[in-house]
Design a protein around this ligand. Sequence first.
Ligand code: 13P
Length: 262
Amino acid sequence: MIIAGNWKMNPNQAAANALLEAFAAHRNIFQPDCQALCFPPACYYAMAAQKLAGTAMQWGAQNCHQEQAGAYTGEISAQMIADMGGRWVIIGHSERRQYFGETDNLIMEKIDAARAAGLRPILCVGEPEEVRLKGGQDDFVQGQMAASLENIIKMSLADQKTALEKLVIAYEPVWAIGTGKVASLQNIAEMHQGLCDKLIALFGAGLPEKNVPILYGGSVNSQNAADILAIDKVSGALVGGASLEADGFFAIYQAAIENRPN
Ligand code: 13P
């Protein structure tokens, strides 16, 4: 199980400090087989590295640039995130696709950059409401995933295994993000099963033994987490709003502990 808090462009410095201190103070609740993660904005990387040192919670970035270094004003490379102590990076979040024009091809390059820097990428996929209303959600999200993994598809079996061992997928239906509208348990189960089947079709023997974890994201909170995390192919949650309160995050984390596979 993986429980990841995507802070997005929140909170202010004092609240970020308080949140990280709460995580550090409750370090004993974090279990080795249930990975807790947080994704602060870049201005708090140093704070996260310092406050989370000695805890089992890891942190990552919400985005990275596809190049290693250079004249890209305002950007941050995967190597810089790794140098600061970050271990993870969210790539292709629907807000990056929607507001920053990120394409599947760019997302593929960012996954490569993350891998080169030793970061674990969390690749986000998810359909907008209009696609779901027409019933095209399976092809849409599986297409996003396959297009972003094209470079991994072309690798030798051994390299594929190494790459896939680090990869995490997050299914986040766009219409469920920040809206309070959660996908039904049946919808989530079907979408995760579809992504799982697609990974098998794409990689087969190249897949790691425990498969690639697929997280669900979209209005997850302390009330609905237990039911969502109990779904067979759900390996965790990518949480936005509810991850900004320590108690909310801990309640979701607790639900994950109760639902971890034996
Ligand atoms: P909410 O949990 O606020 O809906 O956000 C989900 C999300 O986008 C996490 O990446």
